[in-house]
Design a protein. Structure first.
Length: 768
């Protein structure tokens, strides 16, 4: 019989005595497939486990940990296991204990921040801290930065503390302290004084015996680099390192791991380069792509057998992600059923898309499918409004994951509060919510006086405001602000009686300064909040009056999520990572929305590839069926905009996709079977000007010009020419002002200047 020492000395996954999966000493190996077992048994030297979606990576990671402990290669205190969430760490601990049939104590298992904090408390004095240092949260960080901005007389409206904090956080993610950030990179942030603020912030933290989350890793890096004997101690201690979700690591985490792994070099990183979707928060997909360069001789094990999705879903997802150049490469497969083809559905407009999804969910539910097994995945939070409203109309229970429901979002509640006061001036709850938002000098004392006066006189706060304006009880600044606010509401109320309620909403948000408040906010959340406000205004056009819209919102807010156990899930693609559903609706696959235009403009090809990885993540959430939808017209800020299908649709293998669109969607110039030639042309979308600039920045300008020219020349413009009269089903009659490939700039008689696709219009004499 082979001894444990002989087994440990044997080459990875080639144990003496035959197949280790049949060895009674390793019962936990029996449930693994060949690739999973290979990943578990490759215990000597660096190993990268490329674990595709649904391939059992958690099982591999926990079994590997159990195997290292069970075979005596290391004790619990000699293993460093890193996760990204506390939940994952708890799950790993429980599963390892289950495999070994005993609890495991004394090991180093936790998140990057938890483990770094544990190390830092051992050596805090070396970076000017005491072992009992405080770890400040986001609110504490913002409060501290506000104090520093005020002390430096920097306008916190132009340069909000949240934006300054975000910049500092991103630098720390990259392992940079103030002396390592170049002046060029700092730019004009905080009026060109961002590095001074950064330095002052670090000094203030030190005086407070505190650090933020980014400091936990940075301080450890400083200690390791300036005190090599301490790093050597950790090299002796940790014989094995295991890392989960390696594709999501940032630069600081990467450097920390790489330094710790230089001892025994027994590091195993588990991840999926095709699911790296968090570049916007500092993750560097390059960390996993260059693993074999960082650790020469590393073994790479690919987990490609999927236990979640049907064969056609996997083949479609693999065909899509193959268009990415920055990947190590793998192809998912399954021994399960081939399943349905992907369905791609095109609709005339976004309300039609929402109606279809609602109808399809009800149809599946009638056939016995659980609502809990269905999900709608969208690119941005603003997209949920259309679906939420439809689900409320038809009484379909739903939940929104990863954030509040649309009408529960802070900016939506604020906007609705303004509109409620316009509609009903005695709505005290709404008035009090926005009286000083944005800040206009009506502080707590002024609002308290308004409340007390209203109670004493048994009148509303709006009436109390008008009453107080005739007295000297308010301070001059508060009085001036209240006069302006009351006059604004009187003016808006008059406009509500004589004008369009959609235009009124835009006027209220603009004149109140609420839109400007978010436009000036530099935080990462601000653009999304502005998109939500535009979506709110757009949603109002479906109703005849402001009162009718507000009544609808009240019904939406009243809808109880807990009516029954089953609910459809609505969430963003980012929030869906790690989850699975029987049926997945992938909505809003339109260029500009998905792939997201901002991502393309800001990061070019890198952004496009991350967006494609996000599409891959969405597809691989589906177990039985995936349905992709898009609309030809989408309402943005109350205006209808013509949009084109996502380039990702055209990248799906044709033999795996079933396409269908609204009748007449492509007018007289498209549509031969399925989406027809018009759709094929649409799929060949040119890159945006921002994308072109990004490619040029990456030294690929020549390639872009060549590809762009080829695509433009290959696209028919439908035979249209400048000056020709045409008809559009939504915008009516107009005259073509400019022809750009298959895009037309048209001066419509009633709708004004619009850019539309050639497939959307017909010659005027053929209309009707």
């Amino acid at each position: 019989m082979t001894s444990e020492a002989e087994a440990r000395a044997a080459p990875p996954h080639r144990y003496p005595g035959g197949d280790p999966g049949a060895d009674p000493r390793y019962p936990y190996l029996q449930a693994l497939n060949e690739e999973q077992r290979r990943a578990v048994l490759a215990v000597d030297g660096p190993v990268l486990v490329l674990a595709g979606a649904g391939t059992g990576k958690t099982r591999v990671l926990t079994t590997r940990l159990a195997h290292v402990l069970h075979t005596g290669r290391a004790g619990p205190g000699q293993v460093l296991a890193v996760t990204f969430t506390n939940k994952a760490a708890r799950e790993m601990k429980d599963r390892v204990a289950g495999l070994l049939h005993r609890p495991v104590e004394g090991w180093w298992l936790g998140t990057f921040h938890a483990l770094a904090a544990r190390m830092l408390r051992r050596h805090a004095e070396l970076v000017g801290l005491q072992p009992n240092f405080t770890i400040i949260d986001t609110d504490d960080r913002l409060r501290l930065l506000k104090q520093l901005l005020a002390a430096e007389d920097i306008d916190d409206k132009k340069w909000p503390a949240r934006a300054i904090g975000f910049a500092i956080e991103r630098w720390k993610d990259r392992g940079l302290l103030p002396d390592k950030v170049s002046a060029g990179e700092a730019g004009d942030l905080a009026g060109g004084r961002i590095l001074e603020i950064f330095q002052a912030y670090q000094e203030r933290l030190a005086r407070l015996n505190a650090c933020d989350f980014g400091d936990l890793l940075l301080h450890c890096l400083t200690i390791f680099q300036s005190h090599p004997e301490i790093l050597e101690d950790y090299h002796r201690q940790f014989r094995y390192l295991l890392v989960d979700e390696y594709q999501d690591t940032n630069v600081s985490q990467y450097l920390w791991l790489r330094l710790l792994a230089q001892g025994h070099r027994n590091i195993c990183c588990v991840g999926d380069d095709d699911q790296s979707i968090y570049g916007w928060r500092g993750a560097e997909v390059g960390n996993i792509l260059r693993f074999d360069q960082d650790f020469p001789g590393a073994e790479v094990v690919r987990l490609e057998r999927n236990y979640r999705s049907t064969g056609r879903i996997l083949a479609a997802a693999s065909g899509l992600i193959a268009h990415n150049e920055g990947r190590l490469g793998k192809t998912l497969w399954t021994e399960g059923e081939e399943g349905e083809r992907l369905r791609v559905r095109g609709f005339w407009d976004s309300p039609g898309e929402a109606r279809y999804v609602g109808d399809e969910i009800e149809s599946l539910h009638r056939k016995g499918e659980s609502l809990n097994g269905m999900a709608i995945l969208v690119r941005t939070g603003a997209q949920t409004q259309e679906f939420e409203s439809r689900f409320v109309d038809i009484g379909l229970p739903y939940r929104v994951i990863g954030g509040p429901r649309f009408y529960e979002r802070m900016e939506i509640r604020d906007a609705l509060a303004y509109l409620r006061v316009v509609n009903q001036p005695d709505d005290d709850l709404a008035f009090e919510r926005i009286a000083n938002k944005p800040r206009r000098g009506l502080g707590d004392s002024s609002l308290r006086l308004l409340r007390e006066t209203a109670r004493a006189q048994d009148i509303s706060m709006m009436q109390a405001a008008k009453l107080l304006l005739g007295t000297d009880e308010l301070r001059p600044q508060a009085r001036r602000s209240l006069v302006a606010l009351v006059e604004s509401f009187d003016r808006w109320r008059d406009q509500a009686e004589h004008g369009n309620h959609v235009e009124l909403a835009e006027i209220v948000l603009d004149e109140s300064g609420y839109t400007a408040m978010w436009q000036e906010d530099k935080s990462i959340e601000a653009p999304g909040r502005l998109e939500n406000l535009k979506e709110l205004v757009g949603a109002m056009s479906e109703f005849e009056s402001l009162g009718g819209f507000l009544e609808h919102v009240s019904l939406v807010m009243e809808a109880i999520q807990g009516e029954g156990d089953e609910m459809v899930t609505v969430m963003t693609l980012h929030a869906a990572k790690g989850l699975e559903f029987d049926t997945v609706f992938l909505a809003g696959w339109e260029d500009g929305l998905f792939p997201n235009q901002r991502a393309l403009d800001e990061t070019g090809l890198r952004g496009l590839e991350e967006e494609r990885r996000l599409a891959y993540v969405g597809l691989t959430r589906a177990k039985q069926r995936a349905i992709v939808t898009f609309a030809a017209n989408r309402r943005i800020a109350g205006n209808w905009t013509s949009v084109i299908p996502s380039r990702f649709i055209d990248e799906l293998p044709d033999e795996l996709v079933e396409k269908e669109s609204d009748p007449g969607l492509y007018g007289a110039h498209g549509g031969i079977g399925g989406f027809g030639d018009g759709f094929a042309a649409w799929g060949e979308t040119r890159l945006s000007p921002g994308m072109a600039r990004a490619r040029a920045r990456e030294g690929q300008a020549e390639r872009f010009i060549e590809v762009s020219a080829t695509r433009v020349d290959s696209l028919p413009a439908g035979g249209f020419s400048t000056g020709e009269r045409v008809f559009h089903q939504k915008f009516g009659y107009g005259t073509i002002a400019q022809v750009e490939g298959d895009r037309l700039s048209i001066d419509f008689d009633k709708a004004g200047d619009k850019k539309v696709m050639a497939n959307f219009v017909v010659p005027a004499d053929q209309a009707g």
